[in-house]
Design a protein around this ligand. Sequence first.
Ligand code: ADP
Ligand code: ZN
Length: 441
Amino acid sequence: MRQKKIHYIYNDAMECMDFDERKKLQGERLRATVELEYNNVPAYRKRMDEAGVKPEDINGIEDIVKLPFTQKTDLRDNFPYGLFAADLKDIVRIQGSSGTTGKPIVSGYTENDIKVWTEMVARALTAAGGTKDDIIQVAYGYGLFTGGLGAHQGATEIGATVIPMSSGNTQRQIIMMKELGATMLCCTPSYATYLAETIHEMGIKPEELKLKSGCFGAEPWTEEMRQHLEDLLDIDALDIYGLTEIGGPGVAFECMEKHGMHINEDHVLAEIIDPVTEEPLPDDTPGELVFTTLTKTGAPMIRYRTHDICTLHHGTCACGRTTVKMSRITGRTDDMLVVRGVNVFPSQIEAVLMGVKEASAHYMLVVDRVNSQDKLTVQVELKDDVDINDADKLEKLVAYIKTQIKQTLLISAKVELLPPKSIARSEGKAKRITDNRNTGF
Ligand code: ADP
Ligand code: ZN
């Protein structure tokens, strides 16, 4: 059941800090991080030397623009330990990216880094109403992927009761949720959708569950998807963001205002840049998110290019937090489709489809190259109650969806309707794109 809108804050001193005071703290931490990198990571020292910048040139956060960027390829080139600033004996954990794009990469965490990460998640869960009275079901996968352990550590930190279900075993997951009276759920939004739909199919009503909120992240999702999940489960569905390289889930999280994610700025410094010119962009202008860690000691990252597209917004939030907020991620530059010169993100298609009452929450974008032209096909799975034999109605539906896509995205796409339950369900990060253009032909 949804909660009253109350703003709980885990660490007032840090989350509601005065702007100037925070800037000063960030500046000091930035300098310390740069020193650590310069002294302990030869690959980064080389890069700084090439750019002609020394740690003593960094005297405040405005000096960050002097520093070279770190790319995903740097992590791969220095795999596995080349970018670690700490001795392996001080690394207490290795986590890895789930490898959504390209080869997997790993990051190392010292005891300090685990503590920082744990607090970041504790802040997120607290913002979602989590306390020691809660029973938190963690349905993110456990393992190298940061989702499961990250949520687990944060839930333990706030003193809640943790159910470490991991992902999968959907029916059993739901029975446990009901029998144990889970009050909060942590998983990807696509898995939350799958769980919510299965709950309904099992004939369980939301009021038979004790769920009040969910922290959903690790993949892009839309405002429309939030509405869908909140209605199906009668909960507050909140966004949580993170990435292995920077510190796992909890780097940023939504408060009950549900209007952007607060970035844990005492631990990370965020910038938005134009991905092509690499120039910093002002507030509310979409661009690539770049992070610098401020307190990590295992594998600190300087100006790490995330490939994630969003906007930043500074100011005091109605919840009382003064930390900068990032918008939802609209997509990653590496899952952006360029269809006949127009940039298309799966989330834009999702927003259109969620407004079509016959469409389920499951879809797939298929891109082919025909006569050297990109062709986008949007596969739309129909809801259970749609009569798949009513050809006339289906034809009109195809035309309607095509028009909606054309009007919103300014591209023509082929629309294919698929029978209910025909698109594979996701227990982790959903796969929304099938790109047939790179098959070697
Ligand atoms: P990968 O997905 O690259 O294998 P990770 O498991 O570390 O690696 O996931 C980090 C990435 O997941 C982020 O860079 C971002 O693209 C995506 N992500 C994480 N949280 C969110 C979120 N709340 N909204 C959108 N995308 C997210
Ligand atoms: Zn807020």
